[in-house]
Design a protein around this ligand. Structure first.
Ligand code: OSB
Ligand code: MG
Length: 368
């Protein structure tokens, strides 16, 4: 498929809730959208980078800059036989995986549409229903946390993840576990702790958590291995895993036993599938992480979640949890904690162009 033209635009969307993590508070998102045009079709990608580099290094601005200066000149006007060929063309560019993923996922969508097949089938998916969990931000109080957990459990979500940070950890998790003795429960620290906080993790280790997500520094596999050796609860790595090689090293050295796969963090579907394959070879379960995506990113997440080793519920909750109005026409909603993967060619969703135009910030950039 020849990529004739590419459009970049940023849309601004207010979240339905304040999302507080150990690294910051989000009330509104600026989302970079990529549209590829070719063969009379369109393919859509959504960049997961946020405005500030608090999760990983990339931001909306770095992604936009690297895309327009370095990535798009290698892509626009070229004919790619398949996504592998597109990934090859971007390979000389180091890092910047979120920027690459925005184009790569858009190309998978375009390519699948050109073949008239749903993306999940082309990726090698084995199911059309995906178990959804929720990621609950840090709440103002334990009471508010219990209320939020109760509400999402009642909605049928298959796993509850609580964001933690030093000073907001053992007490709140104990309270939730006491009130809900049997729910699948996890915590996510977003790298807020050090190995010297071992006593906190020993306390969490008794609470029947499914895993502890990214407790230590984003770039420190060694300390995660030391911590994992002291815990029976599996460690799940998120920020630390940017590639299949990272996953292999982390699993081989015992730094984790579960992997959170984010398509954007690892550079696209091709690398996400490789991460999945490495984890499967280690008998380590994977699940699909979320980055507060709008409809395009959420749809891509659903499609990758259909691969066989995605055996744990992902952060792929109902779009209506996040947004008063999503940028796509199709509602992506969980029913009893299950999300249905869209049918139809490509990612199987269509942009609400009128809304997208209205919430666009600045001028779209068109190349080609
Ligand atoms: O660590 O998984 C994370 C959101 C933004 C950045 C990082 C993370 C998250 C979430 C939210 O946990 C997941 C979602 O509901 O999209
Ligand atoms: Mg995480």
């Amino acid at each position: 498929v020849r990529v004739e033209r590419v459009e970049l635009r940023v849309v601004r969307m207010p979240l339905n809730f304040v999302f507080e993590t150990s690294f910051g508070s989000t009330t509104e998102r600026s989302i970079l959208l990529v549209t590829l045009y070719g063969e009379g079709l369109e393919g859509y990608g959504e960049c997961v980078a946020d405005e500030a580099p608090l999760y990983r290094e990339e931001t909306v601005e770095t992604a936009r800059s690297v895309l327009s200066r370095s990535i798009l000149p290698r892509v626009v006007g070229r004919d790619f036989a398949n996504p592998e060929a597109l990934v090859q063309s971007m390979a000389p560019i180091r890092g910047n995986r979120m920027a690459k993923a925005a184009v790569e996922t858009a190309f998978w969508d375009l390519w699948a549409r050109s073949l008239g097949r749903p993306l999940w089938q082309i990726l090698g998916g084995v199911r059309q229903e995906v178990a959804a969990g929720v990621s609950l931000g840090i709440q103002p109080s334990i009471e508010a946390t219990l209320e939020a957990v109760a509400r999402h459990v009642a909605q049928g979500y298959r796993r509850i993840k609580l964001k933690i940070r030093p000073g907001w950890d053992v007490a709140v998790v104990e309270a939730v576990r006491e009130r809900f003795p049997d729910i699948p429960l996890t915590v996510d620290a977003n790298s807020a702790y050090r190995l010297s906080d071992l006593s906190t993790f020993v306390a969490l280790d008794r609470l029947g958590l499914d895993y502890i997500e990214q407790p230590l520094a984003f770039d420190d596999l060694h300390d995660h291995a030391l911590l994992q050796a002291r815990l029976s609860t599996p460690i799940c790595l998120d920020e630390s895993i940017t590639s299949a090689r990272d996953a292999r090293i982390a699993l081989a050295m015992g730094a984790a036993r579960v992997i959170n796969v984010k398509v954007g963090r690892v550079g696209g579907h091709l690398e996400a599938r490789r991460v999945h394959d490495v984890a499967a070879a280690f008998d380590a379960p994977v699940w699909c992480g979320g980055m507060l995506e709008a409809g395009i990113g959420r749809a891509h997440n659903l499609h990758i979640s259909t691969l066989p080793d995605f055996t744990k519920p992902g952060d792929v909750a109902s779009a209506s949890r996040y947004w008063a109005r999503d940028i796509i026409r199709e509602p992506l909603e969980a029913h009893d904690g299950i999300m249905r993967v869209p049918d139809g060619p490509g990612i199987g969703v269509t942009l609400d162009r009128e809304l997208v135009e209205r919430i666009t910030v600045g001028d779209p950039v068109v190349v080609g």
